[in-house]
Structure formats: C-alpha cells, structure tokens
Design a protein around this ligand. Sequence first.
Ligand code: SS9
Ligand code: MG
Ligand code: ZN
Length: 343
Amino acid sequence: MKTVFSPLHSRRHVQTELDGGLLIAPHEKPSRAETILARVKDQALGEILEPEEFGLGPITRVHTPDYVAFLETCWRDWQAEGKPGEAIPAVWAGRGMRHRVPKDIDGRLGYYSFAAETSISDGTWEAARASANVALTAQKLVAQGERAAFALCRPPGHHAHADLFGGYCFFNNAAVVAQAFRDQGYGKVAILDVDFHHGNGTQAIFYNRADVLTISLHGDPDLVFPHFLGFEDELGEGPGEGYNLNIVYPPGTPYSTWSQGLETACRRIEAFKPDALVVALGVDTFEGDPISFFKLTSADYLTLGNRLQQLGLPTVFTMEGGYDVDAIGVNAVNVMQGFDGKS
Ligand SMILES: NCCCNCCCCCS
Ligand SMILES: [Mg+2]
Ligand SMILES: [Zn+2]
C-alpha cells in the first residue's frame, strides 16, 4: 500500500495542552507521525510520496471560508495583541448568548472552537494545510486506480466541524476526502471512524446528507471527549436520517466486543453500497493508550485491516488519533498490513 506523508507536519509544534488544570506537553506531538513513518519504512509497506498542493478549494467544499480565513490569521492576530503564550480559546457562547463572530481574537478563538486543549502557534496553519494535501493526494491515488492508500495525516481531522477546531483537529481530512470523491462523481461514500473518540466533526458535516454515510465506534461520550455528541440516538436529520450510526462502548471494551460493532458497521456499509470508503483511523483504541479506555491489542489491528479489506471498496485511510507513541507505529501499520493480506 502507498503512503502519503509530509515533513511539514512538524510545523505543528505547540508546547502546551490544557489538561487537568495544567499546561502539559501535548499528546498530539510530532513523534507520532515520525514513529509511524519509521514503521512504514521498516515494514516496506510500499512507496512513500509527498503530497501535491490542492489549494483551498477542496477544503472550502467542507469548511466555511470565514473559518479557513480565521485559521490562516489566528496566530498573527494573537501575537499582534502581545499575548505571552500560545493561542488558547477561553470563552465561548454559552446557553442564551449570541452566536456571532466578534472582532477580538479571544472572541474569535471561542467562536471557532469547541474545546480548550488545542493550542495554536506558528506553523499550525501550514501543518493543517499540508495534512489536508496529504489526504487529498491519497484520494487521488485511489481515484487513479490504487485499491487503497494511507494518508499519514498530522494534525488529525475527525473532530473538526465546518467551522470549529478542537480535539487536536483543524481541517477534517476524512470529510475533505469524502467530498473530493463526491465531486469526482463517486455517487455514494461511506466514512468509518474507528478512532477511540467520536468523529463529531465528520458526523456534523454530513448529518443532513444521504450521499455520505457516517459511522463511528467510540467510547461513551457520557464519560469521554467530545462529551456533547456521539450518542446512539443520533441517526441523521432530514434527508440524512438513517445515514449516521454511532456505536458506543464502555471502559475496558476488548476487541471481541468492539468487533461486534465493527460487524454492524460493515453490514451497514454493505447495505449502503458506496463507491468508496474513507476510514478515519485512530489507534487510541489500543490497550496502552494514555487518554482512552478500550483494550485492543496490536494483533487486533491486523484483524481489523483484514476485515476492512473484505469490504472490497476503494479505500482511503486518514490517520487520526493514537497517543501511545511507542506502539503507534506497529498499530497503525498493522491495519495497513492486515488490509494487504498479512495475518
Ligand atoms: N485528558 C485528556 C483530554 C483529551 N481531550 C481531547 C482528546 C482528543 C482526541 C483526538 S483523537
Ligand atoms: Mg471513532
Ligand atoms: Zn481519538
């Protein structure tokens, strides 16, 4: 399987993450992508390509122009106000307040985000743009005939809404890929999010659409991030009703249980008969993940990859979460090798 990777991911190098009342060293750090890349090379998974430049067009097919413009100027505007630290949102429109865009950077940070753990600094914009280009290059490989391609994206994307950042995400790479398939004439696309956390952004972006089926397996939002979306009664709305599926699991869930949800998801995908599949691949479902609570083992990712291959669809994998950095390379590449037939 071919991999797409950009060294520009390292331009995303914030030093802070708000967690537990402290500014800690971020979980979403450059070594995550470098470790996966090293494993791709070590396993000779296939050719490694740098991304092509697709510009803002495909991004604004999913994200609003004002949100994109905000991301481009946020760090500059923050610095212009002489703020001493990294850009962190700290104020939001609570219940009964107004959802309008303020002029001030603190107001705009709150307007365009849903969580405070995702700091912004210099290079975040460049890295997020490169990550979307990585995803779009993988999509182009598949559209040109590859059975599957691995978009080694960093920063991740599945928490990003049309105009909201958070959960370490800025551009929703999986959504951008799905829309690119649609714009190229693929009539129906399925997005399967196997990250530990609910793909809230992906769900929201396609929630009223029947042409893109969104499915996510994840930890119970009553207990974990993103807390306010991802429950099993969220089925889609309007024309999209019946085209969103959330499968929720409790702490300690092993693959033997989780894979039952995977089977439900695969059956739903087969019934939908899509022309392409996008897999939002997080491996924070791993038993050693520091911020999650499932119990998948490294061997389970080989099984997962093989099961996804059996769907027989042109497939783009977009890298999402996974924070046990020692294990992330084996776990992510196991999915690809399982897809490629390694058992
Ligand atoms: N105490 C950890 C809180 C983490 N909150 C954000 C999680 C984002 C996961 C992205 S896959
Ligand atoms: Mg998920
Ligand atoms: Zn996650």
